[in-house]
Design a protein around this ligand. Structure first.
Ligand code: ATP
Length: 254
């Protein structure tokens, strides 16, 4: 579980995050949504320990990051996995080498133990026939699977995903969402996903926080989001004509 209290972060005198308090449960897919520029990526980078907040605290299963020494902070960061926007795979490395990379950096296992683990996660994301391929030889959806495999190969307690669906067709996007949700449940990971995608909200939004100009404007789950009358949230949810039409059809009883 991650507990965030009164988090403030700014740059050059401009306040970006303005006192965010929330929590993310273990074994659940937690989503951060909000309009462009609302501070979602800055928040995710604070959770990853990449940005130091000016005020407030982030507590990971009882350990408050700012209270830890540099070695303990490093140990904690090694318990975090990250799926970057656009996958961020190494072009010149095969699928297997990409997935192996974090183990080479952080693990003291033997090569054969590492390879066993790499094959285990590659199988888990259903890429068993792509081990020796380069990223350029596989589809965008498969590249996301590699990125997920690489993020979980070190058995992280915390998984952060920045727009894991970007660039995918709607059907593949849902498959990737559900893969992240299944892996989160199976491994009891605290997963936090930054997304713009209303399909993701409907599919895997077990907890959703809505940021607006650096404030936490609303929080709830995928059912509650359709019941709220918070205008900022409804403007976001119904910005798509599809959702507007579904809502109008429901109101008319169609
Ligand atoms: N390293 C930085 N230095 C200065 N300003 C920054 C930095 N990172 C982000 N910002 C500013 O913080 C604000 C929020 O940016 P952020 O990337 O968190 O928004 P976002 O909600 O993720 O937007 P989007 O959905 O478009 O990715 C923006 O005004 C941005 O310019």
């Amino acid at each position: 579980m991650i507990e965030v209290k009164n988090l403030h972060k700014g740059f050059n005198g401009e306040k970006i995050l303005k006192g965010i308090t929330t929590s993310f449960e273990r074994g659940k897919t937690n989503l951060i949504i909000g309009t462009s520029g609302s501070g979602k990526t800055v928040f995710l980078k604070c959770l990853l320990g990449l940005f130091t907040p000016e005020e407030g605290s982030i507590c990971y299963d009882g350990k408050t990051y700012s209270d830890l020494g540099s070695k303990e902070q490093r140990d904690l960061r090694e318990q975090m996995g990250m799926v970057f926007q656009g996958s961020a795979l190494f072009d010149s490395m095969t699928v297997e080498e990409n997935v192996m990379f974090p183990l080479m950096m952080f693990s003291k296992q033997s090569k054969s133990e590492m390879l066993d683990r790499v094959h285990q996660v590659i199988d888990r994301v259903h890429l068993e026939n792509a081990n020796k391929k380069l990223p350029s030889e596989i589809s965008g959806g498969m590249q996301k699977r590699v990125a997920i495999a690489r993020a979980i190969v070190t058995r992280p307690k915390y998984l952060f995903c920045d727009e894991p669906n970007s660039g995918l067709d709607p059907r593949t996007a849902i498959v990737i969402d559900n893969l992240i949700k299944e892996i989160t449940e199976e491994n009891d990971i605290t997963t936090v996903i930054n997304t713009h995608d209303m399909n993701s909200v409907m599919e895997i939004g077990e907890k959703i926080i809505f940021l607006q100009k650096g404030h936490l404007e609303w929080e709830g789950n995928k059912d509650q989001i359709f019941l709220t009358d918070n205008k900022a949230v409804t403007d976001f949810v119904y910005s798509s004509n599809l959702f507007k039409k579904v809502r109008d059809a429901q109101i008319k009883g169609l």
